[in-house]
Design a protein around this ligand. Sequence first.
Ligand code: NDP
Length: 339
Amino acid sequence: NKQIILKDYVHGFPKESDFLFKTSSTIKLKLPDDSHDAVLVKNLYLSCDPYMCHRMRGVVFNYTPPFTPGSPINGYGVSRVVDSSHRSFSKGDLIWGITGWEEYSLITDTSSLFKIQDADLPLSYYTGLLGMPGITAYAGFYEVCSPKKDEIVFISAASGAVGQLVGQFAKLMGCYVVGSAGSKDKVDLLINKFGFDAAFNYKEEEDLNAALKRYFPDGIDIYFENVGGKMLDAVLLNMRLRGRIAVCGMISQYNLEEHEGVRNLFCLVTKRVRMEGFVVLDYYHLYPELLELVLPLIREGKLTYIEDIAQGLESGPAAFVGLFSGRNVGKQVVAVARE
Ligand code: NDP
């Protein structure tokens, strides 16, 4: 069984060398006879998600535990059940949920697992638009942003797993949508593939406030926050009266020893802006609604999803680390085994 192990808790930006690739010679493809409510799975796709960097640092949040150094890391993935002692899962079932970064995993906490019913779509989508990032985009946009037709929407890290979906949801609602991303290719994708009205490369803008004034002469009604830091400060100056900021993430801050200060928070008062953070785990009850919306759209070609698939478990650490330099174009996935 090949595994990706975290060597020790890290400081600063994660590096490939923080991980160890280990091969153990024995694989038992059968659960022990006394096993209860467990599944043994063959992992097909693993998801690289920014929040995993907190787990690498040993930070304790109330919704996700730290990784255990010396053990394989875990995260969202798509797997096939090889053996089961759980009444809801049978051998051969396809599932998505929390699994190990290894070829085969024994999952004893099955509470996060979903059985995949629609297997005609690419299975890797269950790490993205049909999985956790999809629920994040759906809940964050429809529930937290309280969007209305014709509103002006800004999304940062817009070409990523979550951002590309939020942008397309906002277009479906009839909003005016602008995204920021970190390369020319990503900006092209936003406009030509995802149908954003405009997009810009934030790395080429010396003055983010001036850039936002150019793209939003009338201000921003909704900001879907993925990056934090200087971008948030500039956005605050450009919000419209009674605007909303859904704080999904702040990736620019995750690996800093000390978070940057935000200077323009008083704009929340003067502009009567509502700024609300959210965690996807509180919105899993909306998963059926997400599927109801997106499955027909995908099948009709009205919703696009771009993935960046790294091949082989060995490529996992580099793929994950790449999230923090913007190496990924679209949802970063690791393909571990053939279906
Ligand atoms: P992405 O697929 O968007 O990948 C991360 C991207 O972030 C990179 O490609 C890069 O894009 C951008 N980025 C990296 N470093 C910086 C930086 N210093 N400044 C600006 N941009 C940066 O990731 P996801 O879509 O999976 O996640 C997007 C956000 O949503 C993250 O903040 C994540 O933590 C958050 N999230 C929150 C959840 C919740 O429950 N609240 C659930 C899931 C995700 P670029 O080239 O454009 O810079």
